[in-house]
Ligand binder design. Structure first.
Ligand code: N01
Length: 543
């Protein structure tokens, strides 16, 4: 196809499908469309390699909080059998190797353009095509546009006055330099105590001259208890892949263990304590699954919250620091619960200081460090922003997407994201959003959610092609209904009570406060998606 660009017509490659992003989601989507449906599909990826999240997030201590045997594609027996994880929780370099292995095994690279950041994607109703431009000015077009840009890929770098005057070096964990950062002999300040900061702090403290952790919101964390996998476990995981997959599909959050059916309030104190202790010793996200009502009943939640606070007090020797770390203002797991390797122990080191920037907020960054409102000054050589992401919508809104009649996605979502099932947006025909806002995604073990989304999208495209349909998009009413349902489901949990969480967009100044992920769990979500498809894509209009 040729497009008039100025005086000279430019040849624009036209594909059946363009996919944005080459992480877990984009890789599987390419495979599904190309190798199952036989479509011409192409991936545009901003980085110069595959991996998505795991390409960018190379900060010290970066490791997955899902257990490795569950953090993998299960759609392919060949992939399952050809890969072996080394530790209970895979480290970033290992996950990156895994995704490169996937790309090689499935021969995906030949249909990926790297260093191609999408800067605009425009729907043209005249030719029923998405016209996509990348930062280098190159263009492509496609019938289907599938965003696979991740939920946590647009860095949130707070606009603290004076940041650009800092004479030292500053880095955001989500844009970690590939050559690494040498902390030896350096005075390091780290802002942020979410999952990332909690993973990074112990490792940075191990090599820095001094680490100052600036904490605005104290956080719960559970020991990960990472360990090398034994050959017996590896063999078990391979031999029982079907059962593991079934277990992941049966639970709300996609991890391979069930949530207990008991209430935390129906057992006596001693039994509850024993159950929490066992989960604490086992380590990881399982503690959240010890009772069915931890996320729905404040009194049940308080029992878990108090148990964790008591463990923090046991570990942290300085009572003032322990008090700061346990002064947690939200119920347990209403923000994504971190898991850690020696986080609270880090505060027993002589070279680590905790600073409460809720009590004494950061006033500005000076050429030599960070100054607080009280006038206290922390002299630093390096500042690490572990300040998270403009989650779920940030990466989508940065892509310059315009739909029918020139409607900008940023306008369509001015009051917060509105989708049908987290998968499509009214006014944006033939565009699908893998793990979009309104999907369970970030409340689940991601690969499980991604596999479901990709398979649903692939089936939908196949059905549309079989019916000879040119376009599909959801109705406004369907999006309204879904947004209302997402809110109702969230409000039945304690999660909206964490008023500053990124689930609500509250971590980014000016962002509309809307609870974005679907909290109803994967099995319910899967059933709803299947019913919508079986009813001939109810809530969608086709032309
Ligand atoms: O980001 P976060 P993250 N001044 O938004 C603080 C996933 N993940 O990168 O809470 C001072 O959770 C902010 O304070 P507050 C996981 O889903 C997965 O840690 O807003 N502080 C908070 O403490 C996770 O939830 C894994 O008051 C400021 C921190 O920065 C998600 O990614 C590993 C500030 C940000 O915490 C995001 O985690 C890591 C300011 N101006 C992450 N602005 C694995 O499974 C922000 N903060 C491997």
């Amino acid at each position: 196809m040729s497009e008039g660009a100025g005086r000279k017509a430019v040849e624009v490659p036209v594909h059946d499908a363009l996919i944005v992003g080459a992480g877990f989601a984009g890789l599987y989507q390419l495979h599904a469309l190309r190798d199952r449906l036989g479509l011409s599909a192409h991936v545009l990826e901003a980085a110069d390699g595959v991996g998505g999240t795991w390409w960018w997030n190379r900060y010290p201590g970066a490791r997955c909080d899902s257990e490795s045997h569950a953090y993998a594609f299960y759609f392919s027996e060949e992939l399952l059998q050809s890969w072996e994880w080394s530790e209970r929780y895979p480290e970033q370099p290992e996950i990156l190797r895994y995704l490169n292995h996937v790309a090689d095994r499935l021969d995906l690279r030949r249909d990926i353009t790297f260093n191609a950041r999408v800067t605009s994607a425009r729907w043209d109703a005249e030719d029923n095509l998405w016209h996509v431009t990348t930062a280098d000015g190159r263009r492509r077009a496609a019938t289907w546009l599938i965003t696979a840009v991740g939920c946590l890929s647009s860095a949130n770098i707070p606009d603290i006055p004076g940041r650009d005057d800092f004479a030292g070096r500053w880095v955001h964990t989500g844009h970690w330099p590939h050559e690494g950062v040498d902390f030896a002999g350096q005075r390091v300040g780290m802002i942020g105590t979410g999952s990332t900061g909690i993973q990074a702090a112990p490792v940075i403290a191990g090599s820095a001259a001094h680490l100052t952790v600036f904490q605005r919101t104290a956080n719960y964390s559970i020991p990960a208890r990472n360990t090398p996998l034994t050959s017996a476990f590896k063999r078990w995981a391979k031999e029982n892949a079907a059962e593991i997959r079934e277990a992941m599909h049966a639970t709300g959050n996609g991890h391979p263990w069930p949530v207990s059916e008991r209430s935390a309030l129906e057992v006596d104190d001693a039994e509850r304590e024993a159950i929490f202790r066992a989960a604490w010793e086992k380590g990881g996200l399982r503690l959240r699954a010890t009772f069915r009502d931890i996320l729905t009943d404040r009194r049940a939640n308080d029992t878990a919250a108090e148990f964790i606070r008591a463990r923090i007090r046991e570990v942290v020797k300085d009572p003032k620091t322990a008090a700061m770390l346990t002064d947690i203002d939200h119920p347990f797991a209403t923000k994504r619960p971190p898991i850690d390797t020696g986080y609270f122990e880090t505060f027993n080191r002589d070279n680590v200081t905790l600073v409460d920037v809720r009590a004494d907020p950061i006033e500005r960054i000076t050429p030599t460090g960070i100054r607080l409102k009280s006038g206290a000054e922390h002299v630093l050589d390096i500042i690490v922003f572990a300040t998270g992401f403009d989650a779920m919508t940030g990466a989508l809104l940065r892509m310059g997407i315009t739909g029918r009649d020139g409607l900008a996605l940023s306008d369509a979502w001015a009051a917060g994201p509105r989708t049908q099932l987290g998968l499509q947006v009214a006014g944006f025909p033939n565009m699908f959003t893998v793990t979009g806002p309104g999907s369970p995604s970030v409340l689940t073990n991601m690969p499980v959610a991604i596999e479901q989304h990709v398979e649903w999208i692939t089936d939908c495209i196949a059905a549309m092609r079989a019916r000879g349909v040119a376009t599909i998009e959801p109705t406004e009413e369907a999006c309204d209904r879904w947004v209302a349902h997402v809110n109702d489901v969230a409000n039945a949990t304690l999660m909206p009570q964490a008023g500053h969480s990124w689930y609500l967009g509250a971590n980014v100044p000016g962002k509309p406060r809307v609870f974005m992920p679907y909290a109803g769990g994967m099995p319910a979500y899967r059933r709803i998606c299947d019913e919508v498809a079986a009813a001939g894509y109810e809530g969608f209009v086709t032309t």
